[in-house]
Design a protein around this ligand. Structure first.
Ligand code: CTP
Length: 421
């Protein structure tokens, strides 16, 4: 295992001709097991397309400060990084970083992150030797930023001198040594990982899902009628809680978002209680960008009361009519926004099980659906066992025998693991 395995590395690419070399840097770091994200300046996109980095890293590439889906992208990225690597670092970028200028996504992220930073300056020799650039480099070094010295050779501008970006293999070796040294200063395991979902948790580093952030939803949503009444369903949350436990036991960092349930929250995972479908939707969306997978086992109410009464409804006529309006389909929305995330859904049916489940898999853009006939004996709500079939995106189907919900949870998490690797 490499010292970079499981590390979150943010590569900042600025607008220099050597930007193309950084594709190999990203590729090597990714192959060594790091989770790599790339931020590019607008000028960098003149040299190389964000799509190239996206393909190489498997992660979205950020360029704009106010992109639609990213509310506070600079903070998300700043928190993500165990290390920020700027390659190539242009004279302009060095100047901005040295003086705290934050006028685009990358420079703002640099200011917002407390992660260690490695800069790889690359430019024309005269620009590099200019006292202004040298002074900026000294400022950055004095703040603990590591600088990989530029190499000498023939530069893109035609002159021979110092200013070339070092070879990708050299940059990666530097990064590897940096983490090796950092790791040697830390206890082997368990290690503390930056949560991303909130507070810091202790996670076993060497388990198969180490470094993965997984959202699990559970329980039934509660749709208010008035301050004392609500519409709910028969879900106890057992299946979802078992999945959360299994994912945690496989090393994942888990955020369990639960509606109404009878279960006790397991330890050492992030737990968020919600009531309505809308609340569950907001809770999931808030962390969707940073997570690697969502397992949606919650029984989300398809409808909510249109006009929730502000006061307790008093008994009056013989009949009472409640008008219901459709709730958002959380999983469908996740399927539309999906980038790198693996999505697993459930189909709880009482008839035409496989046909309905397959349709849901397609319509919600899922990677796998767990189909279960909730009317069958030994399956469904409030029992400890379940009978399920897994339908995969490629059409493969697995029919599982009746098993306990904890065993089924284990099987689901194993399939998830296979989809990651
Ligand atoms: N789901 C969701 N949001 C909803 C309804 C369902 O995210 N408003 C998710 C569930 O958590 C589950 C999957 O979608 O993973 C399928 O849920 P299910 O209730 O079986 O199906 P629906 O899509 O609601 O369709 P129908 O009720 O018509 O069967």
């Amino acid at each position: 295992m490499s010292a970079t395995t499981g590390k979150n590395i943010l590569i900042g690419v600025t607008g220099g001709i050597a930007a193309y070399k950084v594709v190999e840097v990203a590729s090597r770091l990714k192959k060594s097991g790091a989770n790599v994200r790339v931020v590019m300046t607008k000028n960098a996109t003149e040299f190389i397309s964000p799509k190239t980095f996206r393909e190489i890293t498997g992660n979205p590439v950020a360029v704009k400060m106010f992109a639609e889906k990213e509310h506070v992208a600079h903070i998300t990225l700043a928190d993500f990084a165990d290390l920020v690597l700027i390659a190539p670092a242009t004279a302009n970028f060095l100047a901005k970083a040295a003086h705290g200028i934050a006028d685009d996504l990358l420079s703002t992220t640099i200011l917002a992150t407390t992660a260690p930073k490695i800069f790889c300056p690359s430019m024309n020799t005269n620009m590099l030797e200019n006292p202004a650039t040298q002074e900026n480099l000294n400022i950055l070094k004095s703040r603990g930023i590591k600088i990989i010295d530029s190499a000498s050779g023939l530069l893109a501008c035609g002159v021979t001198g110092k200013g070339r970006l070092p070879e990708p293999v050299e940059i990666c070796k530097f990064v590897e040594n940096f983490f090796a040294e950092q790791n040697s200063r830390q206890p082997e395991k368990p290690v503390e990982v930056s949560a991303g979902f909130g507070e810091v948790l202790t996670i076993e580093e060497k388990l198969p899902l180490a470094g993965k952030k997984i959202i699990v939803t559970a329980g039934g949503t509660m749709e208010p009628i008035d301050p004392v009444r609500y519409i709910c369903n028969r879900s106890t949350g057992k299946m979802g809680f078992e999945i959360a436990k299994a994912a945690k036991n496989h090393g994942a960092e888990v955020l369990l978002i639960s509606g109404n349930s009878t279960q006790t929250p397991p330890e050492n995972l992030h737990f968020q209680k919600v009531e309505s479908a809308e609340e569950m939707r907001r809770a999931v969306l808030a962390e969707y960008e940073v997570c690697d997978a969502v397992i949606m086992s919650a029984a989300v109410s398809d409808y909510r009361v249109k006009n929730v009464a502000a006061q307790k409804i008093k008994k009056s006529d013989e009949t009472l009519t409640l008008e219901l309006v459709k709730n958002p389909d959380i999983l469908k929305e996740l399927g539309k926004l999906k980038e790198k995330q693996i999505l697993i859904g459930f189909a709880a049916e009482t008839e035409n099980l496989l046909e309905y489940a397959e349709r849901k898999l397609r319509e919600k853009n899922l990677d796998m659906i767990v189909a279960n006939d909730v009317a069958a004996e030994g399956a469904g709500f409030a029992v400890n066992t379940n009978i399920a079939s897994f339908i995969h995106r490629d059409g493969k189907r697995e029919d599982l025998p009746k098993m306990s919900k904890s065993e089924l949870a284990e099987q689901i998490v194993r399939r998830l693991e296979e989809k990651f690797f």
